[in-house]
Design a protein around this ligand. Structure first.
Ligand SMILES: Cc1cc2nc3c(=O)[nH]c(=O)nc-3n(C[C@H](O)[C@H](O)[C@H](O)COP(=O)(O)OP(=O)(O)OC[C@H]3O[C@@H](n4cnc5c(N)ncnc54)[C@H](O)[C@@H]3O)c2cc1C
Length: 195
């Protein structure tokens, strides 16, 4: 599809001010100096990420997804098509285990859903704010969970649920069913112990 038509479709749904043309990737990727993205969108929530993925899939627009951009290298001066930067970084407590005692709520374990655009820095902040025990599966501060799940065997041990997107559908898979380059990670659910 021609760039102008793709821009028209994407900006028509995602918003004229949100979808940019010829965006400098040096602001979004660590190893890129002068490369430009033909069309660019920064997704700030799961909903926006899924909407952008659905739209590009439905209209057959060539799409590249980046998280923190710490492991992405752009060889040329341009990325043709649509680049989605994943900044969906909410972390929500989904369940709490523990015993309520006299005068205190004895939280023992927290289960949290972590959006795939959350960086390890975001997770550190969550751990500290919720007074949880530090975990040993955190990577470099600016790397995101979505970019790390396929690369790091650590996740096999800690992830309880994985929500993925594939061809316009969002569903949960177990770790062994994950397929690189086919599944887009939307969120993971993990448990954390209280301090
Ligand atoms: C415990 C631990 C220690 C680590 N130590 C190191 C280290 O010392 N040095 C080091 O360099 N790395 C290390 N890593 C790996 C690093 O954290 C990950 O590679 C990083 O998180 C990549 O994230 P990113 O968002 O920057 O990836 P990006 O560069 O944005 O993307 C990398 C690739 O992942 C794909 N991707 C991004 N988001 C998604 C998504 N939501 N769904 C599907 N695919 C996606 C992109 O399309 C691209 O192909 C470590 C990881 C862990 C867990």
């Amino acid at each position: 599809m021609k760039r102008d038509r793709a821009f028209e479709i994407l900006s028509g749904v995602l918003g004229n001010l949100r979808v940019r043309q010829s965006e400098k990737l040096k602001y979004h990727i660590f190893n890129s100096t002068n490369s430009l993205a033909d069309i660019f969108f920064l997704a700030t929530s799961q909903k926006e990420l899924i909407k952008a993925l659905d739209l590009s899939f439905k209209n057959k627009i060539n799409t590249t997804l980046i998280g923190g951009g710490t492991k992405t290298f752009i060889p040329g001066s341009k990325v043709r098509g649509f680049v989605i930067k994943n900044k969906a970084n909410s972390i929500r407590v989904v369940s709490i285990k523990g015993k309520v005692g006299k005068g205190n709520i004895g939280v023992e374990k927290i289960s949290a859903e972590i959006d795939s655009g959350a960086t390890f820095e975001d997770i550190n902040r969550f751990i500290s704010f919720q007074n949880l025990k530090p975990v040993d599966w955190l990577g470099p501060l600016q790397g995101t969970v979505g970019g790390a799940v396929f690369l790091e065997p650590y996740f096999k041990e800690v992830v309880e649920k994985i929500k993925v997107w594939e061809k316009g559908e969002v569903f949960e898979v177990d770790f062994p069913e994950l397929k690189n380059r086919k599944h887009i990670i939307i969120s993971i659910t993990c448990s954390f112990e209280a301090n």
